[in-house]
Ligand binder design. Sequence first.
Ligand code: ADP
Length: 303
Amino acid sequence: MSIQVRDVTKLYGEQKALDNVSFDIRKGEIAGLLGPNGAGKSTMMKIITCFIPPTKGNVSVCGFDIFDQSIEVRRKIGYLPEHNPLYLEMYVKEFLEFVAGIYKLGKNKHQRVDEMIEMVGLTKEYKKKIGALSKGYRQRVGIAQALIHNPEVLILDEPTSGLDPNQLEEIRSLIKTVGKTKTVILSTHIMQEVEAICEKVIIINNGKIVADESTEKLTHFNLNDSRFYIEFETEINVDILKKVEGVESIVKLSPTSFSIIARKGIDIRHQIFQQAIDHKWVVLTIRKEEERLEKIFQQLTKE
Ligand code: ADP
């Protein structure tokens, strides 16, 4: 296990930012910490990275304890905070060499900086001052900085906030590339981001975990009823469809296509096929609709 969070509570004075939170992240996983603003995501990340201690509970990173082995934990982690402070007057390469110096990379320093520049796609920009870069490129500098000491775990707090759609796509694809060799935790309040990048999603609301699932499972998880989309070649008699066992309601989307709500747990497709054979209807499409993560997120995080 790469990260183990156990019964973590964090109080800021009277304010409970995290309330008895536990979860695991496996080695090599890309996990999304998803939640509305103020849910406790940044607090969780700051605890994992040893920036602040929990009030109660414990965390281990790659087998090291955040209280007793915080130096080892920091060595294992690369962290990109939400508002990453960069030295805007420094040149990209100069800055990365400065960071490499802090990590005491010694004679490997120049080689490592060059590798990072290539890996995060800064080859055309490395001679520029950081202040002259777009937000997307500054994020690349931030990711290069977080990865320079070759950590096993990369923690990214809202890595795509404020980026335009192209930059967003580029940073997401960079995170996916990094995720092939490292454990990654990213926080976001954007559900599509989790769907696009993460294998696992932890939804947090008011400091509590409300879901901890693989992204695939969560998107297949039906909260209430099952929905099916059905399209026939020609118009059919809807009354026959309504009589199929398990059908709750039918919405006519076009003269030949329908959205059907079925009772939870009932797969109406066999029955519908049977009716289609009996009545010589040609079925062009029949599929079970997945719940969008967005809707699941809204249901799980409403007060
Ligand atoms: P998120 O990252 O999900 O937006 P945060 O972890 O930043 O959430 O905040 C969780 C809660 O803790 C919020 O209600 C926030 O106002 C509060 N909080 C965060 N940092 C502090 C702090 N240093 N002092 C007091 N309250 C804080």
